[in-house]
Design a protein around this ligand. Structure first.
Ligand code: THU
Length: 129
């Protein structure tokens, strides 16, 4: 878990956040113990910004990884930064009920299950019923 947080912290250094100056890093652990990282990437057309969590997940999917166990998210906030609503939906759909580890630069850490962060989630199961 320490390594996953450290990798998220390092990924945060690559954040492209010239508009908000709010840097976020994420690190996703696959079932076979591979770590895939992401950072937030902003755009002058603000709505095109990509969050760190989604960067990591889309990288992982595009590399053929489909099974995940944990996601660490690091930002420089005392009140630990949780994933935004859009990311919660994407995390749920691609990662399921994984462990979500929030941390900051002082190594304060909190852990949640994804089902706590997105109760009563909509997903592909509803399309089949
Ligand atoms: N951001 C993330 O990357 N992840 C989060 O969990 C919260 C928000 C980014 C998006 C934007 O670049 C900046 O943080 C401010 O919202």
């Amino acid at each position: 878990m320490k390594d996953l947080i450290e990798q998220a912290r390092q990924a945060r250094e690559n954040a492209h956040a010239p508009f908000s100056n709010f840097k976020v890093g994420a690190a996703l652990l696959t079932e076979n113990e591979k770590i895939i990282t992401g950072c937030n990437i902003e755009n002058a057309s603000y709505g095109l910004t990509m969050c760190a969590e989604r960067t990591a997940i889309f990288k992982a999917i595009s590399e053929g990884e489909t099974k995940f166990t944990r996601l660490a998210i690091v930002a420089d906030t005392e009140n630990l930064t949780p994933p935004c609503g859009a990311c919660r939906q994407i995390i749920w759909e691609f990662c399921g009920d994984v462990e979500i580890i929030l941390s900051n630069l002082s190594s304060k850490t909190e852990t949640f299950q994804m089902s706590e962060l997105l109760p009563k989630a909509f997903d592909a199961g509803f399309l089949e019923s």
